[in-house]
Design a protein around this ligand. Sequence first.
Ligand SMILES: NC(=O)c1ccc[n+]([C@@H]2O[C@H](COP(=O)([O-])OP(=O)(O)OC[C@H]3O[C@@H](n4cnc5c(N)ncnc54)[C@H](OP(=O)(O)O)[C@@H]3O)[C@@H](O)[C@H]2O)c1
Length: 228
Amino acid sequence: MIQSQKNALIVGASRGLGLGLVETFLARGWHVTATQRSSSPDLARLDAKTLRVETADIDDAASVAALHDRLADQRFDLIFVVAGVATQAHDPVHAVPRDVAAQVYLTNAVSPIRFVEAFLDRLAPGGSLALMSSILGSVSLNETGCWETYRASKAALNTLARSFEIRHRAESVSVLILHPGWVRTDMGGAEADIDVATSVAGLADVITARLGQPGAHYLDYRGATLPW
Ligand SMILES: NC(=O)c1ccc[n+]([C@@H]2O[C@H](COP(=O)([O-])OP(=O)(O)OC[C@H]3O[C@@H](n4cnc5c(N)ncnc54)[C@H](OP(=O)(O)O)[C@@H]3O)[C@@H](O)[C@H]2O)c1
């Protein structure tokens, strides 16, 4: 790897937006380490010299610790936790079993923050941590309800991300909390507004423009600041 080449860690890249981000950063000349939970045929097909594929489940502390060890010699300009779930998103909160609601909160809010906390020592100077949130995580923009447990989990992610940044403010940490648009993926569905290519190109532009900027920034894929 040459010195000037940027280095990204994309977590949750087996399909959807994570996979699209891997393809985009590779095309832009970055070195990329992409994680999957289990073998991803789509990631395997990419076959780029600057791509390293690793396996990790963000909900599994031992799995995250083992990944952290395997990447001991790496410093990343971008560490982006993309992984997320929308289990029973269409059901109101009282209709979602407690353990299912708790799991959505763990995967979407607690595990991403635990991941960036663990990997902060792998962030290169001038780099950014990124977390895949959603506009549905905005409390003030919630005028339509629905997607209750999912919304709550992304609002929790936003809150925990702000607390993380405040806890690390003396280190001038850069935290990008990103909304990718409503995107046609397994999660977003066929009726969504935009395709993966449009979303990830915008996200990559926003990340490049904001790379290393201290503070916690809640932004959409076009670079607009979202209200909490
Ligand atoms: N699509 C949209 O319109 C939209 C809008 C706003 C925000 N988002 C957010 O964007 C992110 C990606 O969404 P997507 O649309 O690409 O969804 P997707 O197609 O359902 O992909 C979800 C990804 O997360 C991974 N993942 C789930 N749980 C994980 C865990 N415990 N550990 C590691 N990886 C895990 C999945 O891996 P497996 O293949 O192993 O399941 C998969 O790679 C999510 O955080 C989502 O909430 C999406």
